[in-house]
Design a protein around this ligand. Structure first.
Ligand code: ADP
Length: 506
């Protein structure tokens, strides 16, 4: 899957910071989330508090309203009690005058009802001892008044109208009734006072509930509105960043397309160059070879020397072109390895044979110690040979006396080839540098050894492509050992092959 340039920015905080556009993005995210969460949490807590206060207020309101109702009921009962007593007295008088039993109906009702009314009044005033005391004082008066009525009725029945009239004239009954009225009026006044007080309290409680509910809801709405406003602001900011991000993405895509186009141009240029340069160079090398072998006629010593120099330079140029091509392809990820089985022993033999004339010319002992288990290997034969050739070529090239030894063995399913020489060696600080392109220890104009400075860089990258590695150990002035390890089976299955192809050199 192709990766967008913006993915890189999103995954790399450093690159994001460098781009400048997303520097504040993380902080913004934090504040954005915090503000939204805090806003809603605050609103929630506020609403919970409001609900609690509102619940309490309404409870109080209901309580006050209940008490008002209770007082109103007490007032009704008091009126009912007073009219019961008045009706009873009127009825008793009617009977006294007429002797008609029908007048006694209210009296009989009063006899049963006054106690009920008194009980109800006691219940309704149970929370107030002063009112209870008023009732306590009223109860015997009522009883006494009813007892007087009973006595008067009996008198009328047994001794007739005159006796009853005389008794009435004592006016004790009237005084008792007036006392009852006075007490009830007192109680009425108390209850009415209480009613006014309770109604006022209810009104206060209602106003408090109203204030709490309206104020609290308003506050919660304000907090939520503020959080939403901030949210809107942040969303707008995010949109702006998103737009910038898209713009940057487009710019990066354009830049990438341009770079890819330039890369394709470079590859095409290199391919053309390689063809255009290699063809004439091969001709030069081939024809100078023919002339040098005397096939075109005899040559004198000077001509031979000059032509030899031409051929040497042409060979050097061809090697350089090939190396530059190789490294460019590897760097561009275009160099594909071809994995197939081959005889590793034969490859090692070929490499040693190729370098033997050069070693002999320098009077160096060239030894090869190849372990017997070395046989078939599955890798890229051409690239394995190229690596070994380069290491052995360097060993011979940088050794003036002594010997060069190639040792090959199998270790943990890997081919391990070390090339040791008794040559000039490498200083410790240069050991890793020589694997970088164009790095030569002796790079001056007067250097004694030929070379492009690309051999080791290419070899290490090729080894990487084949899932292997190369290391160097050396002692300045005493010699060096280069060791390459490569898996005997470089690729098993398509997946591994792909992995190998995608590996690039360090
Ligand atoms: P080249 O040999 O073409 O210069 P290489 O990449 O093969 O390029 O080697 C880079 C440098 O590493 C050489 O120029 C040399 O200085 C050093 N080098 C490589 N092999 C040896 C060796 N066996 N002994 C001493 N120096 C070496």
């Amino acid at each position: 899957m192709s990766r967008r340039p913006v993915d890189y920015l999103l995954e790399n905080p450093r690159a994001r910071r460098a781009s400048g556009w997303f520097g504040a993005s993380k902080n913004r995210e934090i504040s954005f989330e915090r503000i939204v969460t805090a806003g809603f949490a605050l609103a929630l807590v506020g609403l919970a508090a409001i609900s609690l206060v509102a619940f309490r207020s309404i409870e109080k309101l209901a309580n006050e309203a209940g008490q008002v109702k209770q007082t109103q009921e007490a007032l009704t009962r008091l009126s009912a009690l007073l009219s019961t007593m008045t009706d009873a007295e009127t009825g008793q008088r009617g009977f006294t005058i007429t002797g008609d039993e029908r007048f006694l109906e209210p009296y009989r009702t009063a006899l049963t009802n006054y106690a009920i009314e008194l009980r109800e009044l006691r219940r309704l005033t149970a929370d107030n001892p002063a009112r209870q005391r008023q009732l306590d004082a009223l109860a015997p008066l009522l009883e006494a008044r009813l007892a007087t009525s009973t006595m008067m009725i009996d008198l009328r029945r047994t001794q007739g109208f005159e006796a009853a009239r005389r008794e009435t004239a004592t006016a004790s009954g009237k005084e008792a009734q007036d006392e009852i009225r006075r007490r009830v009026a007192e109680m009425f006044a108390t209850e009415e006072g209480l009613l006014r007080q309770r109604e006022a309290q209810t009104a206060v409680a209602a106003r408090a509930s109203q204030t709490v509910i309206i104020g609290g809801s308003g506050l919660a709405i304000a907090v939520v509105a503020l959080a939403l406003l901030r949210l809107r602001h942040d969303i707008a900011a995010r949109w702006r960043v998103e737009i910038q991000l898209r713009k940057l993405n487009e710019e990066l895509s354009v830049a990438r397309d341009r770079a890819e186009a330039a890369d394709r141009l470079k590859s095409a240029f290199l391919a053309t160059m390689s063809h255009e340069l290699r063809t004439p160079l091969n001709s030069i090398i081939g024809f100078t070879g023919i002339i040098l072998r005397g096939l075109a006629g005899p040559l004198n010593a000077e001509q031979r020397k000059q032509l030899g120099m031409v051929q040497g330079s042409a060979r050097h140029l061809l090697a350089l072109i090939n190396d530059v091509l190789d490294i460019s392809k590897i760097e561009a990820g275009e160099l594909k390895v071809i994995i197939a089985p081959f005889d590793a022993r034969a490859v090692i033999g070929r490499v040693v044979d190729a370098l033997r004339p050069m070693a002999e010319a320098k009077r160096l002992a060239l030894r090869a110690e190849v372990a017997p288990e070395i046989g078939e290997m599955v890798s890229d034969v051409r690239r394995v040979e190229q690596i070994l050739l380069n290491l052995l070529n360097n060993a011979v090239k940088f050794t003036e006396r002594g010997e060069v030894t190639l040792r090959a063995a199998v270790e943990d399913g890997r081919l391990r080839v070390s090339v040791a020489d008794t040559g000039i060696g490498i200083e410790p600080q240069d050991v890793e540098d020589i694997f970088r392109p164009f790095q030569q220890v002796d790079a001056g104009l007067t250097r004694a050894h030929e070379g492009t400075g690309l051999g080791l860089a290419i070899s290490r990258r090729l080894a990487g492509l084949l899932r292997g590695e190369i290391h160097a150990a050396s002692e300045w002035g005493k010699g060096s050992t280069f060791t390459v390890t490569l898996p005997l089976r470089a690729a098993e299955g398509k997946k591994d092959a792909d992995a190998i192809r995608s590996v690039q050199g360090p």
